[in-house]
Design a protein around this ligand. Sequence first.
Ligand code: SAM
Ligand code: SF4
Ligand code: SF4
Length: 347
Amino acid sequence: MSHSAQVRPPADVFGRPLRSLRVSVTDRCNLRCRYCMPEEEYVWLPREELLTFEEITAVVALFTELGVEDVRLTGGEPLLRKDLPLLVQMLARNPRIKDLALTTNGVLLAEQARALREAGLHRVTISLDTLRPERFKALTRRDAHAQVLRGIEAARAAGFRRIKIDTVILRGTNEDELAGILEFGKQVSAEVRFIEYMDVGGATQWSMDKVFTRAEVLDHVSRRYGRVEPVYEDSSAPAERFLLPDGTVFGIIASTTTPFCRRCDRSRLTADGMWYLCLYAQQGHDLRKMLRGGAAKEEIRSTIVSVWQGRSDRGAEDRKALGARGTLVPIEQLRKDPHLEMHTRGG
Ligand code: SAM
Ligand code: SF4
Ligand code: SF4
């Protein structure tokens, strides 16, 4: 295979290509967002089981040789992983990666933005749910709002473009901030994406009545700004994009009321090398074991291909089809297997 040759990725049962990989580099986090990590205590992955940077780079290379082009680093909070810019540098040497991105809560971004940019990171997405410091503290249980704002500024100053801001909207918490956050996005030249609250593992406080829906977002935004036009594009990106009369573009990720499983080309690797085909999947595939057991590259690649070819996951659509429902995973089960947590497999 020559480096420049375009590789046709394997397709799953529904013809969805394996195009994008989210790599969680740590399960630890410096925030405790109520929709993600609401508990007092967590069971962490054993440190010796975390993939080294060499191992992550090697696994990512196997995926890109099969056609993956988009790689997103996530967590937990990825900036807590020591020397993350070094990993970025190692991945940035892989010419098959067309889009190398990072999702962060921004708390440590001011310190690291420049090094990440210099290491070759293409893009950052910063999660920010509120512009009010007190509300931030209540929602994340940490007093770090100012640090996040500094992080966003530092990302711009470091030269990042196409910055995104991801905002989970919860009824009764921050639905009064839609316009404020859109205006903030304009100010810092970032595209805002509103995310529906999902009943993923870890979201033990989830209930349908707290989901502020795509329809409600559109209704509120159009009442404030006037006509909201859909932006048509042929993409597997989870966000639907919309245009406001003043030219602002924003996105909605409506995984709860309008799931996009039909076009989902992404899978997830946990920090300890478990590979999950869906955010909702209960079982993963242990790539660390293969790697550390000395399996040949070809063997791991063909395992990835055959697993992907058997993929029929449509987690969010299946959840929606249930109608009335409670939380996805009972707390006792989460305590037994941290892999079921959103903060372990990355959002
Ligand atoms: N810690 C980093 C951050 O917050 O950006 C990266 C990992 S976090 C799990 C990735 C994304 O998942 C964040 O944007 C977060 O808001 C989102 N998320 C976590 N739990 C969620 C839930 N129950 N519903 C919707 N989005 C969720
Ligand atoms: Fe919040 Fe991200 Fe940490 Fe979850 S992993 S608690 S979303 S900062
Ligand atoms: Fe993809 Fe699963 Fe999310 Fe559906 S629920 S979009 S299949 S990760």
